[in-house]
Ligand binder design. Sequence first.
Ligand SMILES: [Zn+2]
Length: 276
Amino acid sequence: MVSLLKLAQVTEEGVRFLSPHDGSPMLLTPEHSISLQNSIGSDIIMQLDDVIVTTSPDLARMKEAMERSVRWLDRCIQAHKYPERQNLFCIIQGGLDLDLRRQCTAEMVARDTPGIAIGGLSGGEAKDEYCKVVDTCTGLLPEKKPRYVMGVRFGNAITARGVLNLRNAVYSTDFGPIEEGCKCTCCRPTDDGGLGITRAYIYHVTAKETAGAHLLTMHNVHYQLNLMKLIREAILEDRYPKFLRTFFAKLYDDKSKYPAWAVSALKGVGVDLLRD
Ligand SMILES: [Zn+2]
């Protein structure tokens, strides 16, 4: 929906938009969105929310979108056929306005969904505003429920050395894997020793074919599952701050290049990235 916002018209009923494939009008309602996700059978399903550009200066519209997202959550809960096996996550809205975020969080926490997402971020806002919103919302969330900050990455591959934008022309003739040494189905060589999916291939299909996004997603999910495994091990062995320092040292060749927002966000939770 975010990517179709320009073509969309939001009413209390749902979101009307023109199909990106054939231009025919379509209506996505909270009920229909849940029915689609019930058919797919995913373990985690998301409510339909009224999401607008984070940096929108229209506070009245922001408030409307936040309140409508709460009403739509109620419709999603009603429409959900398999609450015993599919976990519905609410999505907190409210833009960069911390009061709206607090109100929305209170309403959504009261609905007691199995998990909670913070939405409407990564829309071009400054990182410290992003952190303030996340900090405000998480401060009000129950301790024992999964939390998810919704994000967007188009055409980007995540690797231990940083994020690669594979739409950049330098990759058009790069026949290496997305990430050297990665064991995911895209990066590893084929059974007969041939090239796996190459950076050049992704460059040529991404942004034109959804197959490009699927391939990148397979790599990115593999990367993140592995990262989460390493994080869990570090937490269990009580060395997570050290893990973070090593992680950043691999990403940046010099401490002076660490993003200030990351340094201060981690300081906020008691981790000093700049320590040796
Ligand atoms: Zn990979």
